[in-house]
Ligand binder design. Structure first.
Ligand SMILES: *[C@@H]1O[C@H](CO)[C@@H](O)[C@H](O)[C@H]1NC(C)=O
Ligand SMILES: *[C@@H]1O[C@H](CO)[C@@H](O)[C@H](O)[C@H]1NC(C)=O
Ligand SMILES: *[C@@H]1O[C@H](CO)[C@@H](O)[C@H](O)[C@H]1NC(C)=O
Ligand SMILES: *[C@@H]1O[C@H](CO)[C@@H](O)[C@H](O)[C@H]1NC(C)=O
Length: 649
């Protein structure tokens, strides 16, 4: 019977779609925003996300990634454009000026009247990175020394405060990018190429189109190569960035680098090799409590790059912080995101003639809400326009990208949410001189833009760039994906998720079609997944003692892939299931179904995703993976309201 059900036909599907719609509440005749405000009436286009599954972002033999409408009905209820939110009413009162190799902190006297009618005095402190046990979380401030309009600065980070007799009227921090002993010895960028990785956390391809349409059009118009099949390889930021920086997957990183108990200094990250081969290197990231290498991890003992901006953001967060959806959106008079963009500009300007490698990562306007990035569209349009007009554009390969799409919340229970979570945006800028020097490589990249790609490919690409600049650098295969190659080499037309080291659970190559979540086979598969979830929890040291045992509450939605035949010539389908448990948690799992003598055989594919916001319901356990799965014993649902607005990394 079940087998008959699985050999579905298109007409059957079309009959099922309305049921799913009713289930998800799409046949309500209006669409509300998050605050319950009615945006517009809607019935007719309710099924956009599902009806046209014949368009593909990638259309190769073993990979067909669905191309769906960015404004499909799944996302309408959540989509709302937001305006830019300014962190100040006046221009900045202080700024840093560089004259030859000297650096001055200056007060903009033309603004004094704007800031206050009373006389103002300003003082500055040197800020230095900690040196105790928590050195990656610590900064210290020298006494605040008064200065008149201008003072020469000798350190790389200062905090400035201005007051009238009565009150503080202005405070800011300035980070100074300047030449130093190390950078003197770095290589000139004569005929070789620099690399910048510029990232916005939690931004799918489709969400970029929705929230930053001007930026996206600018990228398309100016020949940035859009990796349409860029598929994440693991759940959250850390493993997806580590794949790029080290070529390892999470279990390898945990084994080899042991970041929970060790500093990451010993871990073989690609920026070390760039530094060794005489590139000036930099790493900056806003929202220090979520920083990729520090969230539930130890961070670095010695600064890992020539320029390391964590102390700068720690200092910025001591200013007045204005949060948006619990992100440190304003740190004092500047947005944290724009602080990152200014650092990129400084880095490119000061080291215009040097080879550079930089990772610049932004969390504060995109991590916790799918709409907040829309306020930054103009900012990015301007930033990228300036970049393309600058000398750096001729010498620098830029990867402008994200790590994954939205991971939590009701949008994740939908088809669009499923697809977007796995497909972060990724645009690559290839300078014209590179295109002419390596025409074949550039051509390959453009072909690969329409194939399945992964962070491991980027790891190989970075090494390729380094090797092209100094061929005594020896390229090492990615440990997690030994067959992955540089994106400047052509990817096999037959590449599958398996070939690219992407688990079926995260693979978008087969899409899926909705099926009735109450069907017998889905229920069986769900109980199977729930059992796997429980044994995963129990496999952790604290799991059995600290975490509640889950019961199935209901199955929220379910999808199925087309049938295919495995190596044993058995017919197989993948089922995607989203289910809710008691105590309340929502999970997403992929289970394969094959049959032996008409008995279904289930296998769990890859990880189980946690798709609701769990806040601190799992705060009783430390392990970052167990935190995703655990509901602490005794954590009652009366906490739910607070929990729902808390974020998770
Ligand atoms: C900051 O440090 C420099 C030396 O690195 C020193 O000359 C200067 O006086 C210090 N400023 C303050 C306010 O302590
Ligand atoms: C390439 O690297 C080797 C080994 O580090 C170094 O000796 C050599 O000077 C480098 N070549 C260039 C052009 O920098
Ligand atoms: C990591 O990669 C290794 C080698 O390819 C593989 O055996 C292992 O299953 C991978 N681990 C995960 C969590 O994907
Ligand atoms: C969870 O977070 C809330 C709000 O921040 C806090 O009041 C509460 O004490 C936390 N509970 C646990 C168990 O950590």
């Amino acid at each position: 019977m079940e087998q008959h059900f699985l050999s579905r036909h298109k007409y059957l599907l079309i009959c099922l779609i309305p049921n799913i719609m009713i289930l998800f509440g799409y046949y309500e005749n209006y669409i509300k925003d998050q605050n319950g405000i009615i945006l517009f009436k809607n019935v007719e286009r309710a099924d956009t996300a599902y009806t046209d599954l014949s368009k593909y972002l990638v259309d190769t033999k073993n990979c067909k990634i669905p191309d769906i409408d960015p404004l499909n009905s799944d996302v309408w209820p959540y989509y709302k454009k937001q305006d830019y939110v300014n962190c100040r009413t006046n221009d900045l009162l202080t700024y840093v000026d560089k004259i030859d190799d000297k650096v001055f902190l200056k007060i903009d006297y033309t603004l004094l009247d704007v800031y206050s009618l009373y006389p103002i005095t300003c003082c500055y402190s040197n800020v230095t990175r900690g040196n105790g046990n928590d050195l990656d979380d610590d900064i210290s401030f020298s006494d605040c020394r008064e200065f008149q309009d201008c003072v020469e600065i000798f350190c790389d980070l200062v905090k400035v405060t201005c007051k009238t007799e009565y009150t503080e009227i202005y405070s800011n921090v300035h980070s100074i990018v300047r030449k130093n002993l190390e950078t003197q010895t770095k290589r000139d960028s004569s005929s070789d190429f620099s690399v910048l990785l510029i990232g916005i956390d939690t931004m799918s391809q489709l969400n970029l189109i929705r929230t930053m349409p001007k930026t996206q059009r600018l990228l398309e118009k100016n020949g940035w190569v859009n990796l349409k099949g860029y598929n994440k390889i693991d759940d959250n930021t850390f493993p997806n960035l580590m794949a790029i920086l080290s070529g390892m997957n999470l279990s390898q990183v945990m084994r080899i680098c042991n970041p929970e108990s060790n500093f990451l200094d010993g871990c073989d990250l690609i920026w070390k090799r760039f530094r060794q081969f005489d590139y000036v290197t930099a790493y900056a990231e806003d929202e220090t409590k979520l920083n990729t290498f520090s969230y539930l991890m130890k961070g670095f003992n010695n600064t890992p790059t020539s320029f390391y901006f964590r102390p700068y953001f720690l200092a910025a967060e001591t200013l007045t912080v204005v949060t948006q959806y619990l992100s440190s959106y304003c740190t004092g008079p500047e947005t944290s995101g724009e602080r990152i963009l200014s650092l990129i500009k400084d880095f490119c300007t000061v080291f215009v003639d040097k080879l550079k490698f930089g990772l610049f990562w932004m969390n504060t306007f995109s991590h916790n809400n799918i709409n907040t990035a829309s306020g930054m569209d103009d900012v990015f349009e301007n930033f990228l326009t300036d970049f393309m007009a600058s000398p750096a554009a001729e010498t620098t390969i830029v990867v402008f990208f994200s790590d994954h799409g939205f991971r939590f919340g009701k949008i994740r229970y939908t088809y669009s949410g499923w697809l977007e979570e796995r497909l972060p945006f990724n645009y690559i800028w290839v300078p014209r001189p590179f295109q002419s020097k390596y025409p074949e490589a550039y051509k390959n990249l453009k072909v690969n833009a329409n194939r399945l790609t992964t962070p491991y490919d980027l790891y190989m690409t970075l090494q390729d760039i380094l090797h092209r600049s100094n061929n005594s650098y020896v390229i090492q295969p990615s440990l997690a994906c030994p067959n992955c190659r540089s994106l400047f080499q052509r990817i096999n037309e037959e590449r599958s998720c398996d070939d690219a080291s992407i688990s079926q659970h995260l693979c978008t190559c087969m899409g899926h079609s909705p099926i009735d979540p109450n069907s017998k086979i889905v229920k069986k598969a769900t109980f199977f997944a729930l059992d796997k979830l429980k044994s995963t929890i129990n496999s952790f040291h604290d799991g059995p003692s600290m975490c509640a045992s889950y019961d199935l509450k209901h199955i929220i939605s379910s999808g199925i892939t087309d049938t295919f035949y495995n190596k044993k010539h058995e017919s197989v389908n993948y089922l995607l299931i989203v289910f809710e448990t008691f105590p309340k948690a929502v999970f997403e799992a992929t289970v394969s179904v094959s049959y032996q003598n008409f008995i279904p055989l289930f296998t769990l594919q890859g990880i189980i995703s946690r798709v609701d916001r769990y806040g601190n319901t799992s705060a009783c356990v430390k392990d970052p993976i167990l935190r995703k799965y655990c509901h602490c014993n005794g954590f009652y649902t009366t906490m739910k309201k607070t929990v729902d607005i808390l974020f998770n990394n």
